[in-house]
Design a protein. Sequence first.
Length: 433
Amino acid sequence: MLNPVLISVVTVIILSLLRLNVLLSLIIGGLVGGLLAGMSVEGVMTILVEGMGGNAATALDYILLGALAAAISQSGVATLLAHHLAKKIGQHTTWLILGIALFSMLSQNVIPVHIAFIPILIPPLLPVFNMLKIDRRAIASALTFGLQTPYISIPIGFGLIFHNIIKEELTASGLSVTNSQIAGVMWIPGVAMLIGLLIAIFISYKKSRIYEYSEVSVNKEQSEDVTWSRRHLIVLIGAMSALIIQILYSSLALGAIIGLGIMLLGQTFRFDQLDHLLNNGITSMGYIAFVMLVAAGYGNIMRETGGVEQLVQSLSSLVGDNQLLGAFGMLVVGLFITIGIGTSFGTIPIIATIYVPLAQQLGFTPTATILLVGVAAALGDAGSPASDSTLGPTAGLNIDGQHDHIRDTCLPTFLHYNIPLILIGTLAALLIG
């Protein structure tokens, strides 16, 4: 019970539930974990700062993608799609929510702007949500589903990066696997996520919810009724080019730069507007990028405490050779780690080294081991106060101050996605063997 990682993660969760800023919660939680492990305050802060470099590339990606998203917003494409979606669906609230989930999924693969599309697409739709009395927790669940499911299950875009990390870390830990093996089993947690989404939409948040009407601040371009034009075609070509470059070179930043370049050459914006677009990218994505930096530093502290190894060793001695308890315990440990540091991608290196020998000891096949590591890493991304999968939806839905990050995004997504992932992940690992 005195495990530094366990206590640190619980500290972060409690502070976040008390509405303390996520950045401060992570820093305080890191200090608690480091001090319990016998480190000095200076040592903890040094490890925190050193570890922040682990997400430096991700932070750069987010800011440049934020600039790309700002360019797309300025063109009016997102507003056009949002208005078209609202008009076509009309009073069919369920289809509207499912449409948002689909749009969110496309942001991971087809138009690789990740969460940068949310502050563009969602604020103009808030009056529509209010008119239809849609519970915003359902929208948050749809957005998180679209942000997380594609990288778990689909080996394209962010999913290719996630699958490659699994492959590299498992191979480095002595288990040689292929991308086809990973893709052949990671569709299972995708099904679990889908079940959670359907429960959220059709059961949990089906009832109407009243919100106070308020003016939503949006860009001029977002408030105008636009029609398709040559400009929009060039923007879509730039977005698709960004996707292709990202797939070919595994660089979101390079893809964003190429996309912006095509839009600039196509005169969708002027050269002297580049600074404005970059500033918008920093404004919309900068806070999230900095949270990811601090989350990487926090993860570095957790690794240095040795608490992760203690958790797994305790789990190993507790479960013995019982595969059911072993699979369930591995997933729960993964949940605690990811919910604390807020990144599934950063969790894989932490757990792979220890989970591979543990899975082999329990008699799991390579395919089952892939599933356990992949699901254990993905667990907690939904529900973590520091995750971009929850920070992004809140950024769009709380534009008028009526959507709480913890109560309306983190708790609903935690319940609807982590519970199915644990149950189905455990059962599937046992069936695969």
